[in-house]
Design a protein around this ligand. Sequence first.
Ligand code: NAP
Length: 282
Amino acid sequence: MPEILDGRVLSKKLNKALKVRVASWPRPPGLAVILVGRDPASEVYVHRKGVVAGRIGFLHRQIDLPSDVSEQELLDVVHGLNQDDAIDGILVQLPLPKHLDSLAVMAAIDPAKDVDGFTAASAGCLAQGRPHLVPCTPKGVMVLLEEAGVALSGKHAVVIGRSNIVGRPMAQLLEQANCTVTVCHSRTQDVEEHVRRADIVVAAVGRPEFVRGDWVKPGAVVIDVGINRLEDGRLVGDVHTAEASEVASAITPVPGGVGPMTIAMLMANTALASAHRQGLDG
Ligand code: NAP
């Protein structure tokens, strides 16, 4: 059986340590989360983020806006939070309703408060190899790999997906950890042949059980970023976990793998932003 890379256990440990660390700071880190509309999945994610932030002792503010909010009204809220000294991190829950331009909204966030790491400034720093506020999901994957003692230097990593939120920053972080990285996307021919050569596979596709067990090289480490709800209500990842577990040396479960790490990294980024803004060394 492969080693299970348990994001629930690790995230709890990290959140606990963070709670202790920020307790002595002059003021608590402040996180503002903006939720536009009433998408049920987004409501669940935002609620979870608020619960964890509260537990760690952060100041937490949730701003609910109606689904027909105008872009200007949303930008005014972001600008207000940029000016608010108690707020260190601003997160706009995605996806936004179609009439809103997410890139324009992201661009309005003060890069010093960009705890999701989605602004062009944060992405540019990462691309130049001087990461500061890094997107939470790929950052969480790196911490999971590090905690499990997975050696990365010289290894071949295959990342399936090239989104700005997961795949692209994931590939950059792995490359900066001295992996040789192959990125697959919807136009890649023969994805499985690439996966067969991978020492580390990261699946961020958004397709249930896309990666099959016979694609996985024996002994490979398999990271499943996907979260897919099936018609029968089951939650599955982008990897066929049962099949891949027959051959992998380590694998993340879904749920309980990358998901909790994403929230833990949001808290870590908020603390990092706060430490900078408070003149602490973090
Ligand atoms: P996304 O923006 O839809 O990107 C999906 C990527 O997969 C795209 O780059 C796409 O290629 C590629 N792709 C689609 N079909 C493919 C195929 N047949 N072969 C190879 N590549 C293919 O999704 P995302 O935001 O990156 O999220 C990916 C998954 O991670 C989703 O299941 C999402 O729910 C999950 N997720 C989980 C967390 C977490 O905390 N665990 C956080 C974020 C996302 P193109 O670029 O060519 O279109």
